[in-house]
Write a protein of this length. Structure first.
Length: 451
């Protein structure tokens, strides 16, 4: 489906004088995008004050930006708010330096390399469950999963015998991200320059995190001891083209990038997976049946994971309905054309993953929890740019395999050993920040499953 050449981009209705669509967008970004996606299936634009934003709703438009003419669309501004913490890591970098970093890092995120981390990841899950889930208390699902995924991630990136680095990272990472997220979503940018308690707390947390990582790298340079973690893998990786290795600054940037990119995103996906399973008994029972037939509670390895294809489909379907990164943006370097529409030089272009994942032309049951969307034949027939939980193209998330492996390991342990009960049955209101979260906490109780 294409439009007439050089057609004018349609504008969302109901703009107000001076402020444009500010109030309707701020009231509910997801409802605003979803409503207009139904009316404009290719793309549309809206305004906040004098600034226009172009929203791409069609996989062909997304393909153009992420692959066909990727060099014309920079992502640097979209992630600039994280640069204070991440430096010039893979998420914030572009150009030749990004290509070199990606080429160096890529081999360490292949399935075989990641499989070597499974034993310590599994141990982190079991230790967390013993400490947190042997209780009759009512717990916050978001808090518990944030702590669990950070514990797994810490042992995977910066392994320590007793996971001693976890406590050092936990509170500081939270304070740092709260500060940076507030900076990112403040409409009145001049206010981000003003002093505040959150700002001073966040900056201090960033300084401590950077110092921790720098000291660990320095200590490992001096030591002859070996560690089975992602930092060690990156420290030992050489560029095949020029034999160069990552220096200490680059290593620190990539470590922080792995923490930020792999923490809240995975916790968010697990939260929505558990929420959907507990509200869809037929899917839950099918998953439990597969688990009982193919898993005995022993140490998790690749072979055991491969025997659970339905569980993987459940994970993929959850990320369709509730993508952890619900939208992301690019900026047009030069004027361009997308599906016959003119994209001005300097235009802000947004890809609303949440809406594309529910596009009725590409999904049999757009708003239903239907894991069969990911049967092999269905995946083969569907445009791959209709599914973007890890983006697509050259900037596709390097940690995709790690994230899916981690989620499946958590679900295997959780649903083999425990039963989950939600404290209330109220449908959550979505809170779209960097990741997609519920606006109010979801509380649950947990008890041992009778085997």
């Amino acid at each position: 489906m294409t439009s007439d050449p050089l057609h004018k981009i349609p504008t969302a209705p109901a703009a107000k004088p001076l402020v444009g669509h500010l109030f309707s967008f701020r009231r509910s970004p997801i409802d605003f995008f979803s409503t207009n996606a139904r009316n404009f299936k290719e793309l549309f634009q809206f305004k906040i004050f004098s600034k226009s934003y172009i929203i791409l709703n069609h996989p062909d438009a997304v393909h153009h930006v992420l692959t066909s003419n990727v060099k014309n669309y920079t992502r640097q501004k979209s992630y600039a708010f994280l640069q204070e913490l991440l430096g010039m890591g893979l998420l914030t970098n572009e150009g030749d330096e990004w290509r070199t970093r990606r080429r160096l890092a890529q081999p360490n995120f292949g399935r075989e390399k990641l499989a070597s981390l499974m034993q310590q990841m599994d141990a982190a899950i079991e230790n967390f469950a013993k400490e947190h889930f042997n209780t009759n208390s009512t717990l916050s699902l978001e808090d518990e999963l944030n702590h669990l995924t950070l514990s797994i991630l810490t042992q995977s990136i910066l392994y320590s015998e007793n996971n001693s680095n976890f406590e050092k990272v936990k509170s500081d990472l939270q304070d740092a991200l709260e500060y940076l997220t507030a900076q990112r979503f403040n409409v009145f940018k001049f206010m981000t320059k003003l002093p505040s308690k959150r700002k001073s707390k966040g900056k201090a947390a960033i300084a401590r995190l950077k110092l921790l990582v720098e000291n660990i790298i320095l200590e490992r340079r001096r030591s002859k001891a070996t560690h089975n973690d992602l930092l060690e893998m990156l420290m030992n990786t050489k560029d095949e083209e020029n034999n160069e290795m990552l220096d200490d600054k680059a290593l620190a940037d990539e470590v922080m990038t792995m923490f930020v990119a792999g923490h809240e995103t995975t916790a968010s996906s697990l939260l929505w997976t558990i929420y959907l399973l507990e509200h869809n008994s037929a899917v839950r029972e099918k998953l439990l049946q597969e688990l009982q037939m193919n898993y005995d509670g022993a140490a998790i390895d690749v072979t055991k994971m491969m025997q659970l294809p339905y569980m993987r489909m459940v994970i993929m379907e959850t990320m369709r309905l509730y993508p952890p990164v619900w939208s992301f943006g690019r900026k047009a370097i030069d004027e361009d054309q997308i599906m016959g529409y003119v994209i001005p030089k300097g235009a802000s272009v947004n890809i609303p993953v949440y809406c594309i994942h529910r596009h009725p032309d590409y999904w049999k049951h757009p708003d239903a929890f239907y894991p069969e969307h990911f049967l092999p034949e269905a995946v083969k027939e569907r445009d791959k740019f209709a599914y973007l939980p890890f983006s697509q193209g050259m900037h596709r998330c390097i940690g995709e395999h790690f994230a899916i492996m981690e989620m499946q390991m958590v679900l295997m342990r959780l649903y083999f050993q425990y039963e989950i009960h939600f404290a209330a049955d109220k449908a959550p209101v979505l809170h779209p920040l960097v990741t997609l979260k519920p606006k109010e906490p979801i509380y649950f109780t947990i008890q041992k499953r009778k085997l």
